[in-house]
Design a protein around this ligand. Structure first.
Ligand code: ACO
Length: 376
């Protein structure tokens, strides 16, 4: 039996995330995504995912202090980031810089759980600093040091733009980080789990996750969805775009999901924020175009279990926050480090090397012909 795409294959028991793809529900450690988006913060959610329970006030304070203290980058890493070609993709920059973080850790490998968790927190804390430093360097601007006292979301926007964001922008970014922090055994989490099963260090594990998230069918979909909205340009063009795309067997970005065969619960939250932001920022046309594409796609795809996912509006929201398009996937990654870490650590509680098989269908026993005697 070949499980192409590993659809419906379970690789471990888990207490981290439950997706009910038929009922449009998502839970982190038993808490619904709606409650977490409404009441939690990214820091609290990351604690929940990694430590398995909601923190007390004292635990959260200590956790936040630790994350704050880990945000600063080694000046040698900042110089390395500044040396990246300005034309390079931001995900490539993040992947390379997270990998390089391990070079500046005098002891990157460990078998001890507390140390492994600590390294995960170091990467989680430093990822926004890396992304912001890269974006500033490619725009010929000095990097900005993290500012203690700001939330993870607010500090990222501050390091990116050089100005402490207003509380609404910080709130939007915070919710976006909560929504992207975890999603069960998706492609990037699986690749992190495979790396963890070899007892690789946390830097290698998270680098693997970033590399896997990079593709357009996974993390890159929100960038592609925004580009579609921008190309369509006006709500009146949406119907023509959707009909033509589907006739050409193209995929509508921000639609469909391997697990959700109904609405992605994160989509509802991002869409509501998008509507609010559009009104606040005078970006009604962008939002209305996304809405027109959604309405038309739903009509044409009705009957198929293909519904909008989180990416149908997340790119639109990031764009309205003033974020450059190729930073969307790095932002997804900086949030998902929480989930990747939680799953890798959980898997190592009862590790078994992941080593599936490939069903060989090629020839055997061919005669080796010396190169000078080969005709074709
Ligand atoms: N637009 C149009 N048709 C689609 C779409 C879509 N977005 N998604 C799936 N389909 C169709 C396929 O063409 C296929 O049709 P067919 O049977 O006639 O050939 C059928 O639905 C099944 O497609 P699969 O690829 O087998 O479905 P799968 O479960 O593997 O798809 C995936 C999941 C890869 C996410 C897919 O829906 C897709 O490519 N979506 C667009 C990219 C996207 O939005 N990705 C973000 C996912 S969420 C995240 O990573 C945060």
């Amino acid at each position: 039996m070949i499980h192409k795409g590993l659809d419906n294959v379970y690789v471990k028991e888990s207490r981290i995330c439950f997706i009910d793809g038929e009922a449009s529900k998502l839970f982190y450690r038993g808490y619904s995504i709606d409650d977490l988006a409404a009441h939690s913060t990214f820091e609290e959610t990351a604690y929940l995912l990694i430590f398995g329970r909601l923190p007390t006030s004292a635990q959260l304070r200590e956790f936040v202090k630790k994350i704050e203290s880990y945000r600063t980058l080694d000046p040698r890493l900042l110089r390395l980031i500044a040396s990246f070609p300005a034309s390079c993709d931001a995900m490539d920059a993040l992947r390379t810089a997270v990998s390089a973080l391990g070079l500046f850790d005098p002891d990157p490998t460990t078998d001890r759980l507390e140390v492994r968790i600590d390294k995960a927190l170091q990467i989680l804390a430093k990822a926004p600093t890396i992304i912001a430093a890269f974006d500033r360097a490619r725009n010929h601007k000095e990097s900005i040091a993290p500012q203690p006292g700001l939330s993870h979301a607010a500090d990222f926007l501050y390091m990116l733009g050089g100005k402490v964001p207003d509380s609404y922008d910080a709130y939007v970014m915070d919710v976006a980080l909560i929504l992207h922090a975890e999603h069960e055994m998706n492609a990037s989490t699986f690749s992190c789990t495979v790396a963890a099963s070899t007892l690789a260090d946390m830097y290698s594990i998270i680098t693997t996750g970033i590399a896997t998230l990079r593709g357009p069918l996974h993390g890159g979909a929100n960038e592609a969805a925004l580009r579609t909205v921008q190309e369509v340009g006006d709500p009146s063009n949406a119907e023509r775009y959707v009909t033509q795309a589907l006739a050409e067997k193209k995929r509508i970005m921000g639609f469909g999901h391997r697990v959700y065969k109904t609405w992605d619960p994160r989509y509802r939250i991002v869409k509501a924020i998008g509507a609010d932001l559009a009104a606040k920022r005078g970006q009604q046309k962008l939002y209305d175009t996304a809405l027109a594409i959604e309405t038309s796609a739903l009509q044409h795809l009705s009957g198929a279990p293909i519904f909008p996912n989180v990416d149908s509006y997340s790119g639109v929201v990031f764009h309205m926050l003033g974020i450059t398009t190729d930073l969307f996937t790095p932002i997804f990654a900086m949030s998902r480090i929480a989930g990747w870490s939680a799953h890798s650590i959980e898997y190592l509680e009862s590790n078994r090397l992941i080593r599936p098989k490939a069903y060989y269908v090629g020839p055997v026993g061919l005669q080796y012909v010396p190169i000078e005697e080969r005709s074709t």
